[in-house]
Design a protein around this ligand. Structure first.
Ligand code: CP3
Length: 348
């Protein structure tokens, strides 16, 4: 059975504004990705940065999962590392390794950042958003913009690549706090500016990905995770007081409670390690919860997946809740499992 929504109402946006919906709206982190055959076709035609920075390609890749499955949320096809790239750092996506960029490790390095280029270089991203926004007009799909949170973007800028534990980053955080604070400050300002421009170009809500929040020692969590996020949200609300912000402090554990209180996010994305019912007990009543099916449960599929989906949704029935994973869709995921996931949520 398909649920028919009036064309003017957007269930995901309604939930973000505090109204619970049944069945809950659904979208998936990394829903535009390698598990889709139509996405893989583009990988042979253009490299990752070209795909992000060509408005027609970014538009098509953003809409691929919506055309196939009809999720209630469409997340812009882009990357959190477009920001440091737009400030002049070289960026490469190396197969089997991930992003590789010029490391930034001193105040001298920070002076070389070309912040003035930011909007010029990211113009294709805003053009893509305008195109996607016009295509989603009069549909029930909400357009989501996003950025990385300052701490997570700082991790990649300092390390220059992915890492299991970002020891170099933590070393600098503790040994050179002046440099670290300066970098976080630059990222707060530029990220807020970027998100405001994304909203102006058609994003109806925005998400801040803090994938590495969980590695920050608790005594610095407020300073480097919550406070920068609070400042970004404050800047956005000066211009767009009604636009919801979703925060995703991955693996922050018990720190989600002070995070929600301090940052004043509208919604919080939970990773799969967080017990959703326990999380709801500590979070403020008015906060929207998003998550947190394990991506491996989606990859495996079958009965366990269906049971996990139903358990999650029923336990969140009386709260504004958005169905999602606890992290991104894994590349090996069978596309038919995603179809089944959407069907199970819709048929609740
Ligand atoms: O569908 C969507 O979710 C929208 C697009 C999106 C991408 N990256 C596309 C992408 C989003 C929201 C991101 C966020 C992102 N990027 C995060 C935060 C979320 C998370 O996963 O923790 C981070 C840490 C990055 C940085 C990044 N980009 C890494 C570490 C990698 C390599 C690992 C990998 O998954 O390949 C990327 C590359 C990337 N970003 C791909 C995609 C679709 C794969 C590129 C390819 O096609 O080869």
């Amino acid at each position: 059975m398909n649920i028919i929504y009036p064309s003017h109402s957007k269930p995901l946006l309604s939930v973000l504004q505090g109204q619970a919906q049944w069945p809950p709206p659904v979208w998936l982190m990394r829903q535009a990705g390698r598990y889709l055959p139509e996405f893989r076709e583009w990988r042979n035609k253009a490299d990752f940065l070209t795909r992000c920075l060509t408005p027609d390609i970014a538009t098509e890749l953003t809409l691929q999962p919506i055309e196939r499955y009809g999720m209630e949320g469409a997340i812009l096809f882009s990357d959190i590392l477009i920001l440091p790239w737009a400030m002049g750092l070289s960026l490469d996506f190396v197969p089997e390794e991930g992003p590789v960029m010029t490391p930034v490790r001193s105040s001298q390095d920070l002076k070389k950042l070309q912040i003035h280029q930011l909007f010029e270089k990211t113009e294709p991203v805003f053009q893509a958003l305008r195109q996607i926004s016009s295509k989603l007009k009069n549909t029930k799909t909400t357009l989501l913009g996003f950025a990385g949170s300052p701490f997570t973007v700082a991790c990649y800028m300092i390390e220059g690549r992915s890492s299991r534990d970002f020891t170099t980053v933590k070393h600098l955080m503790l040994s050179d706090p002046l440099f670290f604070e300066e970098l976080i400050h630059i990222l707060v300002q530029t990220t807020a500016a970027l998100l405001i421009k994304q909203i102006a170009a058609g994003a109806e809500a925005v998400m801040l990905f803090d994938s590495w929040a969980g590695i920050v020692p608790s005594f610095l969590f407020g300073r480097y995770v919550s406070e920068p996020t609070r400042e970004i949200i404050k800047e956005i609300r000066k211009v767009y007081p009604q636009v919801p912000v979703i925060g995703f402090p991955r693996q922050a554990g018990i720190m989600i409670e002070p995070y929600a209180q301090q940052t004043k996010v509208n919604a919080i994305g939970l990773d799969s390690g967080a017990d959703i019912n326990l999380a709801c007990k500590v979070l403020p009543d008015n906060i929207v919860v998003q998550g947190n099916l394990d991506p491996v449960s989606l990859l495996v599929g079958g009965k366990q997946m269906e049971e996990n989906i139903r358990a999650l949704c029923y336990s969140m029935r009386n709260r504004p809740y958005i169905f999602n994973l606890g992290h991104g869709v894994l590349p090996q995921t069978p596309p038919e499992n995603v179809a089944r996931l959407i069907e199970v949520v819709r048929k609740l």
